[in-house]
Design a binder for this molecule. Structure first.
Ligand SMILES: *Cc1c(COP(=O)(O)O)cnc(C)c1O
Length: 355
């Protein structure tokens, strides 16, 4: 049976994707060289469309890499000599922490159980910490951290680089980039694109830090280190042959979202989220895993499955709805559903009815 994807990423692709890919063929996008003028213009267009959609300040860099996971590794390599600090409440925030360990830094963490958020105001970040890593929306558990609390923490900790994983909330969340130092994402979630492109939006302070580490002889990596990424980005280029089609498609989706109206998309997401959580709050069996309303993610909803998730997933698939299972050790205990712009209210209602 033909499926509608409610998976939390990769997910249902954007309905315009087929047109955009056709345009890429018709305009030779897939054949052009990455040192050509045509690529410079394409790259520049995508960066401008993205910055305009998200409200990124002019002086921030946009770096293209392979995935969000690569962005985590690059950030640790380029911005941490010794100490990073991580807020860990699920699989993705844990991965960021373990990347810092693998790279032989000395990460510390504040860790809470799955389904919980953090007491940011009550957290004392060690003085010698250089970078604070936060996952805005922990996709594995459906917990979202309030941005105002993150900004306040940054204010209390000047001089430390604040880095935000926004993979499963961008462009739904409205980030004030002037109050953080870097945010990163990949495109297979709320942008509804095929996987294979990671994006870092980084301030000059991140790049400056990488030069300091380089001068001190720290290994900051090679072709995708920040000195290299930034010098190519200034020329609207990339150090290696990038995912040209992915960069093109991201530009198209950003322009499309802007034309449709990003505030309208955000409001529709909010309305759909409200509907889902109201439904679950009234459901006799299937409840939202995250109890505290303040922490409930509007974009990735985790639902407890007291009888295991396998049978329910089977039933939904048989009806044409593919959802995500719980993540890792929570596989059997949850299903997860996406509420991105591609998931319409009409289809969400049909899916929820099956519960
Ligand atoms: C999906 C996801 C990632 C990983 O993205 P990749 O593109 O596979 O590296 C990281 N963080 C969060 C919060 C995610 O949802």
């Amino acid at each position: 049976m033909k499926q509608l994807y409610f998976t939390v990423g990769p997910t249902q692709v954007h309905p315009k994707l087929q047109d955009f890919v056709k345009d890429a063929f018709d305009n030779d996008i897939i054949s052009i060289g990455h040192r050509s003028k045509k690529f410079d213009e394409l790259n520049k267009h995508t960066v401008e469309a993205l910055k305009s959609l998200l409200g990124v300040p002019k002086d921030f860099y946009v770096f293209f890499v392979a995935s969000a996971t690569e962005a985590m590794e690059r950030l640790i390599e380029n911005c941490v000599e010794k100490n990073s600090y991580h807020f860990v409440n699920g699989a993705f925030s844990k991965k960021f922490f373990s990347i810092a360990q693998s790279l032989k830094r000395n990460p510390a963490k504040s860790e809470v159980a799955a389904g919980q958020g953090f007491d940011f105001a009550g957290t004392n970040i060690p003085k010698d910490c250089e970078l604070v890593a936060l996952t805005h929306n922990e996709t594995s558990t459906g917990v979202q951290s309030p941005l105002d609390q993150i900004y306040s923490l940054k204010l209390k900790n000047p001089g430390k680089l604040f880095v935000l994983d926004i993979v499963s909330t961008v462009p739904i969340c409205q980030i004030d980039f002037s109050r953080i130092d870097c945010a990163f994402f990949s495109v297979q979630k709320a942008f509804g694109l095929p996987a294979g492109l990671g994006v870092m939006v980084a301030s000059e302070s991140c790049v400056q830090k990488s030069f300091v580490l380089q001068d001190r002889g720290v290994n900051i990596g090679s072709y995708h280190n920040f000195p290299s990424l930034s010098s190519y980005a200034r020329k609207h280029q990339t150090p290696a042959t990038p995912n040209v089609l992915g960069i093109y498609l991201l530009g198209r989706v950003c322009s499309h979202y802007s034309e449709y109206g990003i505030q309208k998309i955000r409001q529709e997401t909010e309305e759909k989220a409200q509907f889902i959580y109201d439904y679950l709050d009234k459901h006799p069996k299937y409840k939202a895993f995250v109890e505290k309303k303040e922490w409930r993610s509007p974009t990735t909803v985790v639902i407890g499955t007291p009888d295991g998730s396998a049978e329910l997933i089977k039933k939904l698939t048989a009806n044409g709805y593919t959802v995500s299972s719980g993540y890792d050790e929570l596989k059997e205990r949850h299903i997860r559903i996406a509420n991105f712009p591609m998931q319409s209210m009409a289809n969400l209602k049909k899916l929820l009815k099956l519960l």
